[in-house]
Design a protein. Structure first.
Length: 201
């Protein structure tokens, strides 16, 4: 918060937008009379929303710049963080987050599929190979796709908050992050379809 007074707004915006999109998608797919959903379906949707919220918090939190004391040298939190950073340091900001988000994505992808399999009691999902595939998809999606997109968003926000009034810049954040969530959903579908098509286990 000391480094970015709009951090709480960005975090809340990210989580809220993703939860609204996840809810709307499930309502469209499963029926708008959610009170008629079975307990299994309701728990599946709840687990999706929890995993989405966790991923969103991680993506926003770990890319946020941190205030440092005078003379303290620290690597940039994201590739476009303002400061006297070298090109190598900015590239390493992406690489370091790739490592972090790949691990987070693998774990949340795995746990999400395990929860879905257990809650749905679908025999075809009670399969270690399916869970491993979900971990791989989560690893690639968060480590490569989301990492790249959120680094770019942080770069755009640097310019918006520098050049615009705060209220207008925050509106820009909402628009950019909404578009990013839609792009992320689409890229996840494409990646999932591709991994399934080449999966040999």
């Amino acid at each position: 918060m000391a480094s970015d007074p709009s951090f709480a707004f960005k975090l809340a915006t990210e989580v809220l937008l993703d939860e609204v999109i996840t809810t709307a998608t499930n309502l469209a797919a499963r029926g708008f009379r959610f009170w008629l959903w079975s307990l299994d379906v309701t728990l599946q949707v709840a687990s999706q929303m929890l995993v989405a919220a966790f991923n969103d918090i991680a993506l926003v939190f770990f890319l946020a710049p941190v205030a440092h004391t005078a003379g303290e040298k620290a690597p940039p939190a994201h590739a476009f963080e303002p400061g006297a950073f070298t090109l190598q340091e900015r590239v390493m900001a992406w690489v370091n987050k790739w490592r972090l988000y790949s691990a987070i994505g693998a774990v949340t992808g795995y746990l999400s599929m395990v929860l879905t399999a257990v809650l749905s009691r679908e025999p075809s999902l009670l399969n270690g190979a399916v869970w491993a595939r979900a971990a791989l998809i989560g690893c690639l999606h968060l480590g490569v796709s989301a990492n790249t997109r959120y680094q770019l968003i942080n770069g755009l926000e640097v310019f918006m908050y520098r050049l615009m009034p705060t209220s207008l810049a925050r509106l820009g954040s909402v628009i950019v992050r909404f578009a990013n969530n839609c792009a992320g959903s689409f890229s996840w579908i494409l990646l999932s379809d591709f991994i399934r098509s080449v999966w040999i286990i």
